[in-house]
Design a protein around this ligand. Structure first.
Ligand SMILES: [Zn+2]
Length: 172
């Protein structure tokens, strides 16, 4: 198994998919029997790049999941910020029935330029209000590991809260 390729495993009605380093036109998303599958869990931990062919490939596959099985539950884990950026540009980048469980948030230091990605893990899909609260406290105050200066969010907060707000509502 190379870090570049997608891999997946089926456990009864759940499919666990681990995306590779790059999502491109060549990424082979699995063909699933959506009469049997109730839950698709996608782990983006390794993903660093998504190009335009990858965006089209992903959106087509993900849209089909909901089209074929309108009850499906889609869980997004370790969402990398490259994907949050796409989500803020492209309507329907993540399927409507998705919920985010964990994501990476980029920080930068004004003092020395150090950057880091902080993982915010909510542990489980949660309601929007609950999620917003946990999210805010998880971010808290971060000091630079290099110089100790307070680090700033290196993203538009709006992009992050939009992502959380729009996907949390699908959790009852
Ligand atoms: Zn610093």
């Amino acid at each position: 198994m190379t870090p570049f390729k997608l891999s997946y495993a089926i456990d009864r009605d759940t499919v666990n998919i681990t995306l590779g380093r790059e999502i491109s036109r060549e990424t082979r998303f699995p063909e699933l029997d959506l009469n049997k599958v109730k839950r698709v869990v996608l782990d983006f931990d390794k993903t660093q790049v998504i190009n335009s062919g990858g965006v089209r490939n992903w959106v087509m596959w993900a849209t089909d999941l909901e089209k074929i099985n309108s009850e499906i539950q889609i869980i997004l884990k370790n969402v990398r910020f490259v994907l949050v950026k796409q989500e803020s540009l492209i309507t329907g980048f993540f399927p409507k029935r998705s919920s985010v469980v964990s994501m990476y948030v980029p920080f930068a230091c004004d003092g020395c330029g150090q950057t880091l990605n902080k993982k915010v893990d909510l542990g489980r899909p949660a309601r929007a209000d609950e999620l917003q609260k946990q999210f805010a406290s998880a971010l808290g105050e971060i000091n630079c590991p290099k110089c100790g200066h307070k680090m700033e969010l290196d993203a538009l907060e709006e992009q992050l809260t939009r992502l959380i707000g729009s996907y949390a509502r699908h959790v009852s």
